[in-house]
Design a protein around this ligand. Structure first.
Ligand code: FES
Ligand code: FES
Length: 154
């Protein structure tokens, strides 16, 4: 079936089968491999994207369900060749080791800071609780979120 959706501000069309996940479509059909496939069960958060502004696991969303909706992936956070401040903060604080979890964490952090520009430590923990990292021990990730947070802005 043909599905039309908006991805990172562009109208895109994909020819998918009924059970195809949004993660598969993004990576394999729309040439957007930033969202990672680690568990395909909604457990790790590495595939996190925004669906109409809400954080979702792309592995749990059928592409057919996304028809007519707006998707933002980690690739869509950068603007005009400039990294998003969350992307910069992750790079600068050393929050990236193997990097497999990073796209999902960056999208989840951007979503958090959009609604809570100056989150508390508990709010950060809760917001990122669905994103697993096997490398960093989370402290550097926490530092990155703090570095990207800017009170009073979004
Ligand atoms: S790949 Fe989607 S949550 Fe792990
Ligand atoms: S940096 Fe390797 S899983 Fe997080």
């Amino acid at each position: 079936m043909k599905v039309e959706l908006t991805v990172n501000g562009e109208r895109r069309e994909a020819d998918v089968w009924g059970g195809e996940s949004l993660l598969f479509t993004l990576r394999e059909e729309l040439a957007l491999p930033g969202s990672k496939n680690a568990c395909e069960q909604g457990e790790c958060g590495s595939c996190s994207v925004l669906l109409d502004g809400t954080l979702v696991c792309a592995c749990l969303v059928l592409t057919a369900q996304a028809e007519g909706h707006e998707i933002v992936t980690v690739e869509g956070l950068a603007r005009d060749g400039q990294l998003h401040r969350v992307q910069e903060a992750f790079a600068e604080t050393g929050a990236v080791q193997c990097g497999f979890c990073t796209p999902g964490l960056v999208v989840a952090t951007a979503a958090l800071l959009e609604r809570r520009p100056d989150p508390s430590d508990d709010e950060i923990r809760e917001a990122l609780s669905g994103n697993l990292c096997r490398c960093t021990g989370y402290q550097k990730i926490f530092d990155a979120v703090r570095a990207a947070a800017a009170p009073g802005t979004s």
